[in-house]
Design a binder for this molecule. Sequence first.
Ligand SMILES: NC(=O)c1ccc[n+]([C@@H]2O[C@H](COP(=O)([O-])OP(=O)(O)OC[C@H]3O[C@@H](n4cnc5c(N)ncnc54)[C@H](OP(=O)(O)O)[C@@H]3O)[C@@H](O)[C@H]2O)c1
Length: 323
Amino acid sequence: MRMLNIGKTDIKISVIGFGAWAIGGWMWGGAEQKQSLRAIDAALASGINLIDTAPAYGKGLSEKIVGKAIKNKRDQVVVATKCGLVWHVQKGTHFFDYPGGEKVHKYLGPESIRYEVEQSLSRMGIEYIDLYQTHWQDETTPIEETMDTLMNLKKEGKIRAIGASNATLAQLKQYQHAGQLDADQEKYSFIDTDIEKVLPWCRKNHVTMLAYSPLGQGLLTGKLSPEREFEGDDLRRGNPRFSVQNRKKTQEVLAKQVEPIAQKYDLTIAQLSVAALVSQEGVAALCGARNQSQAEENAKAGEVVIEKEDVQNIKSALGSLDL
Ligand SMILES: NC(=O)c1ccc[n+]([C@@H]2O[C@H](COP(=O)([O-])OP(=O)(O)OC[C@H]3O[C@@H](n4cnc5c(N)ncnc54)[C@H](OP(=O)(O)O)[C@@H]3O)[C@@H](O)[C@H]2O)c1
């Protein structure tokens, strides 16, 4: 497994991380806990050391499962979680409601971050968080104030590195000006490339790009068939991006243009989609996985380097999809 340092820190992460959103069940049509625990075990056994979770993923459930999975293995794992999507106070900006009716706000006020960090530590049964990220940005709290709180938490040993997510370049610059920003977590795959405009700045400033939804939430695995029915609250259900027509179109491009390159490297389509992403400087990918076989398959994407010309060809092929 290839490794890289998070930002300017000495924390080494695998270029493939385990994304723990789906195992919280919420917005993924539910999840089965035993299978989730096996998925994390398999990821760790396959050389992944980074696990990305958040309080919002199943109202704390994902963090609790992560805590269970890493019990007795704490020193082998880099735990990344987040703050800033809150339902214990109604401050900041309203974002969405949970099915139970709790109102979730984007809020990063100092007292709230301090409350959230304690909640996350206790849910996971750990004493420090390796990477603490602001999940969504709060327009009502100055970034300087948020960063000040995070830098203090770092001094106190509660967190080891600081990241931002769903942030603009201007916001990233503000974070960096106010303290040490080590990671930026953004939606990034070759069907979601908007964030590439921020990449040169991240590289120049030693801010690691953590790509989220790197498999296009399943579309880039080559296994999301047009016949697949999405269950319950699965975010893909009724989402135009995942229409039968789009799935057909994607499968065709993957089979014709991506599969031949995958064969050259002896990889599956899912592995190549992610391997190409993380073959670029300063990029790691957080791959969501619901079971052991997905976790094992995804981990292998971190063991190869894809040649620049092939990366470019995959990018052009997937870019042509216009999803
Ligand atoms: N900061 C943020 O706002 C934010 C937002 C989104 C995600 N994230 C982070 O990024 C992580 C990953 O993103 P994501 O979960 O949205 O999308 P993703 O990693 O692109 O896709 C994950 C989904 O693809 C399917 N899949 C994964 N590996 C597979 C394989 N090898 N073969 C076939 N299917 C496979 C699974 O769904 P099925 O089996 O049901 O098809 C899985 O739940 C999250 O877990 C989270 O940690 C962060």
